[in-house]
Design a protein around this ligand. Structure first.
Ligand SMILES: Cc1ncc(COP(=O)(O)O)c(C=O)c1O
Length: 406
């Protein structure tokens, strides 16, 4: 048997296959160069053009570009009136930003456990967590698979709550034939370096609510009644501060990257879907690996390809498995360490890992594999070869103890 590199054998690849490098091409480089030469490099015409392009793509009336999704999530909650004493329901199975921003508004993050099939927040669990203090629900479209948003909208409507979607993973995702971010509710995208569409750092909020979009813009740039660009025009020096705002705006340099990225988004989503298909075909042979489910009526954005492996059936634990894949020169990752397990949340709210049993169980056995449009057939085959090698070497001969994961 071919020995894993982790055990002293030779690795499947000679060079390291990274996890999520950005797809930056000549178009982005030229576009950024042209902004740099234009004499205007912060928020201006390029941000406006990017906002129009995002609105056209998602089908929303408005898009407001910002410096991150974190800023967008915070500002959306704030503009919607979230304040001290309120509660906002979100998932523990997310990046900490989703919950941190709730705390920044003065409200309390209240976690509702996930469904084990899509790792998405469970509508039934949301309902159990609603109190008289609940102000908003923040579902997360984990990995680019949408949550049951219709059900969540109904829960919100009947309890007079707002929905702020954390769509950090979900640009290009569709639910029942409509794009996430189509303006039916407040949606927040991330354009961080590892995302399906990147501006290095950045984000956007989409909505059909004109007043809400206006407030987002106002609060994102100090609360100034004129943006920095129009202040430079003749007679534009005079401005007022209408509210004590923040400094969350995007720059034209970032928008120039985003405009080019958006042009290729659908083509790149197809390429991601093809990588996912190769993985899912491969895993059909392995009954101890649970692959991502795609519900009917859904176009998956394939930001991540998360698998849950029944490590009871293997002579290796998850963390060592990730190290062994790394020794084969294949990057992998874990999405996510549940937020309720982070030390601040443990100390502040007294959470124990098992308080959200589905999130905890998925976390212990989850491995995210590389998935991005630039992956070649050789790259994909290398991942599959490394996985076959590790499964053959570390799989227990009998079926072991059933963890109940499959
Ligand atoms: C689910 C989720 N929400 C929010 C964020 C924050 O995004 P940003 O880095 O653009 O602030 C991330 C970033 O990874 C994320 O994964």
């Amino acid at each position: 048997m071919n020995k894993p590199a982790h055990e002293g054998g030779s690795p499947v690849r000679k060079t390291f296959l990274t996890f999520a490098p950005p797809d930056i091409r000549e178009e982005e480089i030229l576009s950024v160069a042209s902004v740099l030469r234009s004499k205007w490099i912060t928020r201006g015409k390029k941000c406006e053009e990017f906002e129009k392009a995002i609105s056209a793509y998602t089908g929303s009336r408005h898009a407001v570009v910002l410096n991150s999704a974190t800023a967008g999530l915070f500002l959306s909650l704030k503009v919607a009136g979230t304040k001290e004493g309120d509660e906002v329901i979100t998932t523990p199975y997310t990046f900490a930003a989703s919950a941190n921003v709730i705390i920044h508004t003065g409200a309390k993050p209240v976690f509702a456990d996930i469904e084990e099939d899509t790792f998405s927040i469970s509508p039934a669990e949301i309902e159990k967590k609603i109190t008289k203090n609940t102000r908003a629900i923040m579902p997360v479209h984990f990995a680019g698979h949408p949550v049951e948003i219709d059900t969540i909208d109904e829960i919100a409507k009947s309890n007079d709550l707002i929905v702020v979607e954390d769509a950090a993973h979900a640009i290009g995702t569709e639910y029942k034939g409509k794009k996430i971010g189509n303006g039916d509710r407040i949606s927040v995208f991330s354009f961080h370096a590892v995302k399906n569409l990147t501006t290095a750092e950045g984000g956007a909020v989409t909505t059909n609510d004109t007043e809400f979009a206006g407030k987002l813009k106002l609060y994102s740039l100090h609360g100034q009644t004129r943006d920095a660009y129009s202040k430079l025009l003749v007679g534009g020096w005079k401005y007022d501060i209408a509210v004590p705002g923040y400094k969350f705006n995007m720059t034209d340099i970032q928008a120039a990257i985003g405009i080019e990225q958006l042009r290729r988004l659908d083509e790149n989503r197809e390429k991601r879907a093809a990588v996912a298909e190769s993985y899912s075909q491969f895993f059909k042979e392995y009954d101890f690996v649970k692959t991502p489910e795609v519900k009917s009526g859904v176009t998956h954005g394939w930001h991540l390809y998360p698998v849950v492996i029944d490590f009871n059936r293997m002579n290796i634990d998850r963390d060592t498995f990730i190290a062994a894949l790394g020794a084969e020169n294949i990057a992998s990752n874990v999405h996510f360490i549940p937020v309720h397990m982070m030390s601040y949340y443990v100390k502040k709210y007294g959470y124990k890992p098992g308080d959200f049993p589905n999130a905890y169980r998925v976390y212990l056995n989850e491995v995210s594999l590389p998935i991005y449009p630039q992956m070649t057939r050789t790259d994909i085959n290398d991942v599959l070869e490394a996985l076959s090698k590790l499964f053959a070497f570390y799989k227990k001969n009998n079926s072991g103890v059933d963890s109940g994961l499959n």
